[in-house]
Ligand binder design. Sequence first.
Ligand code: RIB
Length: 288
Amino acid sequence: MTIWNLGGINADFVYSVPHIPAPGETLDASSRDFFLGGKGANMSVAAARAGSHVCHIGAVGGDGRWAIDRLTEYGVDTRTISTVETETAHAMIFVAEDGENGIVVYPGANRAIPEKTLLQSLTNAKTGDWFFTQNEVNLQIEGAKFAKETGLNVAYAAAPFDADVTSQMLRYLDFLILNEVEAEQLKAATGQGPADLPVKDVIVTLGSKGATWFGARGETHVPSHKVTPVDTTGAGDTFTGYVIAGLDRGQPILQAMQTAAKAAAIMVTRHGTADVIPSLADVRAFSG
Ligand code: RIB
């Protein structure tokens, strides 16, 4: 089947720093690197590297041809990306010596995706395909509603967290993934914990502690693999993309999570975002 991913595409400027700058603090970076990123683009690349057919729905500015080219190179179908008159989104990412990060995103074209681009793309979707989205774009709710009404499976990563959008998305979802901070924020907004939500499958990611699946038969924990972190940026996106790819291919969710945990562990040992997401061959060779 196909995964139709309405998602953000960012130019990632990654600064290696001794620690994440405190308020009022100025720091020298020891290096600055440039990667393709954006939560949506990272998840599209992860799902494509896991073997799925992924159509990325999104937008870049006139300065964003390179991003489309890289997505294509990584196996993502880019015919559903529009070029708009707003500059391509970018992110400034600080990566500290312990691998942790702090990120500021300028949304640019990600929040100017034309409705026509979304609807024309989904017109080509077939029953059983997955519609997938996150919060770095516009049109998530319109996309989820249209997808549900036309018989697609609907998946959503509630990141970066937006209580209002997430609350409105719940009614359309078959699958929801969020981290533990986002799960707490959702509980504060709706009064519902992961097990109480009206969504068939919910995964809460716990960073180095693994991830918990809340399904019809209760909750099941999948541990992470212990690795020495170099850069945690994009590891959660890699996990999510691999899980969606597993679901798309009809794998049991626990099996998809176990493969995704290996992919995320490899990703934590690599510096960078979409460009360094591991392939399924890397994951199969992983022995950690
Ligand atoms: O989750 C990591 C991503 O967050 C980065 O690629 C950055 O672009 C931001 O969207």
